[in-house]
Ligand binder design. Structure first.
Ligand code: GLU
Ligand code: ZN
Length: 293
C-alpha cells in the first residue's frame, strides 16, 4: 500500500522551461521523500495547439534531468470515452448544459459567463458544454500558498467542460485522471491556483476524494509577466541539466551545498530527496531573484 501518489502532468503545447522544471522537481522530491509513487501524465487534450515532437522532447528532457517515473505514461488523448461518459451523465442530471454563445457574444465579460444558455431547451449539434456552478465559496488550504478561496458563481461562472470543437476541457480531464490514477498529492505551478476551486467543485459533484495541494511559486518576469509557454522562456537545454536542477533547488529555497556543483542530475536529485523541506518553499519569485539562484 502506498500512502502517497504524486504526478507531473505536462501539456505538449510547448517544451519544458524553467517554470515547469520547478513544478516537476518539487513534485518529484515531495513524492520520493515520502517513499511515494510519481507518475507522468501527458495532457494532450488539445491537438490543434500541440507542437509536433513536444511529447518526445518533454519525456527526453525529464530523463536527461534524472527523473524516474513509475508505471506507463498515460495520455489524455486515450481517455475520451471516460470524459464523454461523464459529460453525458452531467447533462442527464441537468448539471451541465449546451451553450451556443459565440466568442463575440461573450466579449468584454472578463471570462465570467453570464448564464445566457442556462435555461435553453435546445440540444444543438455544435455547442460547448458548461457546468452549472453554485453560488458558493470553494476554499482549500494549500501547503505553500495558504488558504485560497473563490466564489464560483461570482468569480468564475458556469465553465466549459467540453468545447464546441468537441475537445474536452482541462478542468474535467484533470479531475477524472487524478482520481483514476489514485493521486493523493498535487504539486504544480501556482498559475493553476485559481483553477483549483473549479476542480474541488467537480470532485464534489463526481464523488471523488480531494487530494492535497501544493502550488509552487510562479516565476514572475521583471515586466510582471509570468514565465510561461507564451513568453520567451527557452526550452531546457540537455547539457545544462545539473546547473538548472541546482538553480531549481535554490529557487525552491532548498540550499544545495557547494559540493554539488558538477554532480550528476541523479546525485543532485538524491540530495534533494534526502534534504527536502517543503515548508521552505516561497510563495512567489521574481526573475532577478530566480536568476541569482
Ligand atoms: N497540464 C497542465 C500544465 O501543463 C498542468 C496540470 C496540472 O498539473 O494539474 O499547465
Ligand atoms: Zn451560452
Amino acid at each position: 500500500m502506498t500512502a502517497y501518489v504524486g504526478r507531473f502532468a505536462p501539456t505538449p503545447s510547448g517544451y519544458l522551461h524553467f517554470g515547469s522544471l520547478i513544478a516537476a522537481l518539487a513534485s518529484y522530491l515531495d513524492a520520493r521523500a515520502k517513499q511515494g509513487i510519481w507518475r507522468v501524465r501527458m495532457e494532450d487534450l488539445d491537438p490543434p495547439r500541440e507542437v509536433p515532437g513536444a511529447q518526445d522532447a518533454i519525456l527526453q528532457t525529464l530523463e536527461r534531468y534524472g527523473f524516474e517515473w513509475d508505471g506507463p505514461i498515460e495520455r489524455q488523448s486515450e481517455r475520451h470515452e471516460i470524459y464523454a461518459a461523464t459529460v453525458a451523465r452531467l447533462m442527464q442530471s441537468g448539471l451541465a448544459y449546451a451553450c451556443t454563445c459565440s466568442r463575440k457574444q461573450l466579449e468584454g465579460l472578463g471570462g465570467l459567463y453570464p448564464g445566457i444558455c442556462r435555461n435553453a431547451q435546445h440540444l444543438p449539434q455544435k455547442a460547448a458544454i458548461r457546468i452549472r456552478v453554485p453560488e458558493l465559496v470553494y476554499s482549500f488550504t494549500d501547503r505553500v500558498q495558504g488558504t485560497f478561496q473563490q466564489h464560483l458563481g461570482r468569480e468564475v461562472g458556469d465553465f466549459i467542460i467540453c468545447r464546441r470543437d468537441g475537445f474536452y476541457a482541462y478542468q474535467l480531464a484533470v479531475v477524472l485522471d487524478d482520481a483514476w490514477q489514485g493521486v493523493t498529492d498535487i504539486v504544480r505551478g501556482a498559475d493553476l491556483l485559481d483553477s483549483t476551486p473549479r476542480q474541488l467543485y467537480l470532485q464534489e459533484l463526481l464523488g471523488l476524494s480531494q487530494p492535497r495541494y501544493l502550488h509552487v511559486p510562479l516565476i514572475i518576469q521583471p515586466d510582471g509577466h509570468k514565465l510561461g509557454k507564451s513568453y520567451r522562456s527557452p526550452p531546457l537545454a540537455a547539457n545544462e541539466a545539473s546547473s538548472l536542477l541546482l538553480r531549481g533547488l535554490r529557487a525552491l529555497k532548498q540550499h544545495p551545498p557547494q559540493e554539488l556543483t558538477g554532480a550528476t542530475p541523479a546525485e543532485i536529485l538524491r540530495w534533494g530527496i534526502a534534504h527536502w523541506q517543503p515548508q521552505a518553499i516561497p510563495q512567489c519569485l521574481t526573475l532577478p531573484e530566480a536568476d541569482l539562484c
